[in-house]
Design a binder for this molecule. Structure first.
Ligand SMILES: *Cc1c(COP(=O)(O)O)cnc(C)c1O
Length: 425
């Protein structure tokens, strides 16, 4: 039996893992086109034609609307900004409650707090790592107005069930599809299943512009409110007395022309990028067959997976006999890059457990219902906590390119570690 690298043996993985980079002549030409024009942004924060941005921004937005099959695509300078626009566009009051998953990037929840509304965490299920539709009803109070649903790791949540609960209780749905552009859910495009959805164009995402985001919606009123919040709403409402003024607090969330031009080139590559990523993930999954106590991710019936992260789960027996930290350390020592032993438990962040966000007086948590506050801290979301502390480990596929050789060696490394589990225990 080969000696584990963590115990001084030879690492199983020798392949090179280039950083994920999909830029070529297309993006260079896009950047040069904008530089040559001398116009790096063509927005004006006043009610005029340029309120909607420059030629590249609008052209990219048209391309996004066509690609995702929506009436409105609205670009922003990050998807965090997009989430803030989306929550602000809803008809919510300070102290209203919005349901969100704890297994997501922190901004999914922070966008709610920005409007002085209260994030209320709903635990996740283990098939997709997304919000568990069966746990939603118990968190709903008279103050609940909306649900923000992430499609984490690149796979949709159980949207049919989630949308049914939302409809039953009159809640709006915002879909955080940052990690799942181009993924499908039962014949529909992920990100377009709720009232508002969107994607991140941050450096780590499937397609990117360094920083950026795309909001999508079919709703004219919501689209207009998000365009206003993106671009100094409070300066525009005087010229538009027809608009409701609630939450028309504006920001500068405008995407630059150069980023928009890059985005357009990247969007044309999305399908090819996803096809390659799926090949990598499926080849890796083939190599991980037959490992006792390792639960592999799979796309649900009628769905496709974008494999932003390949989320793995260890059986109770393996958690007890070896523990995931030792297994992950051993895999790292074998030379696997980007193997992670945690993701995120947002509901355990100090901002929530200490109930301190704006100032020192507990605002806006002092407006929250006891049910909302009971969704914070240890014990509030047991599945997410068990995954974080004991069961979850992931291959963070978004960071590197994986060659055939690399994929093969990673499979070998897992099998080597599994053959030596007794030694690790
Ligand atoms: C990346 C990400 C965000 C934030 O997007 P940015 O463009 O980096 O602001 C939000 N939610 C999820 C699930 C993400 O992965």
């Amino acid at each position: 039996m080969a000696k584990l690298a963590i115990n001084g043996g030879t690492p199983a993985v020798t392949a090179h893992f280039p950083h994920f980079n999909t830029f070529d002549e297309a993006e260079k030409q896009a950047v040069n086109r904008v530089l040559d024009s001398g116009v790096l942004s063509d927005y004006v924060g006043a009610w005029c034609d340029q309120f909607y941005g420059g030629a590249e921004v609008r052209s990219f937005e048209r391309a996004c609307a066509a690609r995702f099959g929506v009436k409105h695509a609205i670009t922003v300078n990050s998807w965090t900004s997009g989430l803030i626009c989306a929550v602000g566009a809803l008809d919510i009051e300070p102290g209203d409650e919005i349901l969100v998953s704890p297994w997501t990037m922190c901004a999914t929840a922070t966008a709610i707090l920005v409007w002085n509304a209260i994030p209320v965490f709903v635990d996740i299920e283990r098939d997709t790592f997304n919000m568990d539709p069966e746990k939603i009803a118990a968190r709903i109070t008279p103050k609940t107005k909306a649900i923000v649903v992430p499609d984490i790791f690149g796979h949709a949540g159980k949207m049919r069930e989630i949308l049914a609960v939302a409809r039953q209780h009159g809640l709006k749905v915002i879909e955080d599809a940052a990690q799942a552009p181009g993924a499908m859910y039962q014949g529909k495009k992920v990100g377009t299943l709720g009232d508002i959805g969107g994607f991140s164009l941050n450096y780590h995402k499937h397609i990117h512009t360094g920083e950026g985001g795309i909001i999508v919606t079919d709703d004219d009123t919501l689209a207009e409110r998000m365009q206003l919040i993106r671009n100094h709403a409070e300066a525009i409402v005087a010229a538009r007395p027809d608009l409701p003024m609630n939450n028309m607090i504006g920001f500068n969330f405008r995407l630059g022309e150069m980023e928009a031009a890059i985005g357009k080139a990247q969007l044309l590559k999305l399908d090819a990028i996803l096809a390659r990523r799926r090949w990598e993930a499926e080849a890796l999954l083939d190599g991980l067959q037959g490992l006792d106590g390792l639960r592999l991710p799979r796309a649900l019936e009628g769905c496709t997976h974008d494999y932003y992260i390949l989320g793995l789960q260890l059986s109770e027996a393996l958690q007890k006999s070896v523990g995931k930290h030792k297994i992950v350390q051993a895999l790292k020592a074998e030379g696997i890059p980007a193997v992670a032993d945690r993701y995120v438990n947002v509901h355990r962040y100090p901002m929530y457990t200490k109930r301190m966000a704006y100032g020192r007086g507990g605002y806006p948590f002092n407006l929250a219902s006891p049910q909302a506050l009971s969704s914070y801290g240890d014990g509030a979301c047991p599945v997410a906590e068990h995954l974080q502390d004991h069961a979850y480990m992931g291959l963070v596929l978004c960071l590197h390119h994986y060659s055939e050789e690399a994929v093969q060696q990673i499979g070998n490394a897992f099998h080597k570690v599994w053959e030596n589990l007794r030694e690790l225990a």
